[in-house]
Design a protein around this ligand. Structure first.
Ligand SMILES: *Cc1c(COP(=O)(O)O)cnc(C)c1O
Length: 386
């Protein structure tokens, strides 16, 4: 079949939910992707922050192959060798206070679990989340999501959600009370435009939650697994959550989510569950991916590559750029114009990137991206933006 035929099939048979870009990707390796005609692209999207270890990392591919020949599915009512090892590794890489994990299959599902466990533990109904926050598309996760166009068509949603401006301690102080089950925050907002939380703000959130008996949930679905230059973004701020929500890069590209809880948040058999959650295939991929992150020092590499990118990017005066915001290799370039035409121009220059709202260009390259590949991305950005 020709590239145009694949496009025609998707356009004909898929629900038209996504604004599509005119490229059919068929193969990837590291930070490079290839389309159906064989053209090479520098990937600064990583499948929306999923391919942190690079596309088709040989260690992840080998782990999937090996596990696929042993056992692919295993209900959670039975023990499993691979799952048991992943649970231990997840709790080991997270903050000391996080001691148990629930495994599921996506970010939204991991958020749902965090919301349910919070109500269960506190016996309180309400949640405080941030304006411009994004937490997923299921009914609970979308109730926690600020953007009206994601929420309003689906009302009535889950009641009890309140949205406060990020980094306004006074507004958080006014919102958290004795009916608040949890405060839910992204340490760096992804979809909302790469907005960084202040250290002081997160420390205040921690203090307010402790004082008022609410839980603090960090949504690190996008910021986790070395993206920001630390294994988890909260390490930059020295504030540990009661519940940590993970997904995207966790399993090297396979679908998986995880909700980690601190000691003392207890749940009982039957109160939550998942058929596919913790399946051995995804667990094997996650074990390999996390090992690659550690062996290849991807957190340090993200920190260094982020700095390298920023230095190169700023070497040219770009009047169409309002601001660059960044933590590690989570990069937001706020433009003085709409981002969509810029994304299309970048595609023509062989670079795949993402939007974050109407005017922010978001770059989430695989953390294994090489300097020469970052140079190609910067050259394309300079060409397109000057
Ligand atoms: C992607 C994302 C989600 C939703 O994850 P899905 O796997 O698409 O359900 C939630 N929160 C954040 C911060 C995300 O980046």
């Amino acid at each position: 079949m020709k590239p145009a035929d694949y496009r025609a099939l998707e356009d004909r048979y898929a629900l038209p939910l996504y604004p599509k870009r005119d490229v059919t990707l068929v193969r990837g390796s590291g930070a490079l992707l290839y389309d159906a005609a064989g053209r090479e692209y520098v990937d600064c999207a990583a499948g929306i922050g999923v391919a942190n270890v690079g596309h088709c990392h040989p260690r992840v591919v080998a782990a999937i192959n090996e596990q696929a020949q042993k056992l692919i599915t295993c209900a959670n009512v039975f023990y499993n060798d691979t799952r048991s090892r992943l649970l231990q590794v997840l709790v080991d890489v997270a903050a000391d206070n996080l001691t148990r994990a629930f495994l599921c299959n996506s970010g939204a599902e991991a958020i749902e679990a965090a919301l349910k466990f919070s109500r269960l533990h506190t016996h309180r109904p309400n949640f405080v989340t941030a304006m411009r926050g994004f937490h997923g598309r299921t009914m609970g996760a979308v109730s926690a999501t600020f953007t009206k166009k994601y929420r309003e068509p689906f009302e009535p949603l889950i009641p009890g959600f309140q949205y406060v401006p990020l980094n306004r301690i006074d507004r958080l102080d006014a919102a958290v009370d004795d009916q608040t089950a949890a405060v839910l925050l992204e340490p760096v907002q992804g979809e909302g435009g790469v907005n960084l939380a202040d250290t002081e703000y997160l420390a205040s959130a921690r203090r307010l939650c402790d004082e008022r008996g609410a839980l603090l949930i960090f949504d690190e679905i996008q910021t986790g697994f070395c993206r920001t230059g630390r294994f988890f973004a909260y390490e930059h701020f020295d504030v540990a959550p009661d519940i940590l929500v993970l997904a995207k890069a966790i399993a090297g590209g396979l679908p998986m989510g995880a909700t980690l809880l601190r000691d003392g948040i207890s749940v009982a058999p039957g109160q939550h569950g998942s058929t596919f959650g913790g399946n051995p295939l995804a667990c094997a991929a996650a074990l390999a991916a996390i090992d690659v992150m550690q062996q290849e020092h991807l957190a340090d590499r993200a920190a260094r590559s982020g700095e390298y990118f920023e230095r190169k990017f700023r070497s040219r005066e770009l009047p169409r750029v309002r601001e660059l915001r960044r933590l590690g290799l989570m990069i937001g370039i706020e433009l003085k114009e709409k981002v969509q035409p810029v994304l299309e121009a970048l595609l023509a220059h062989g670079v795949l990137a993402l939007p974050a709202g109407a005017t922010v260009l978001r770059l989430l390259p695989p953390l294994v991206i090489e300097e020469a590949q970052l140079d190609r991305a910067v050259e394309a950005l300079h060409a397109v933006l000057s």
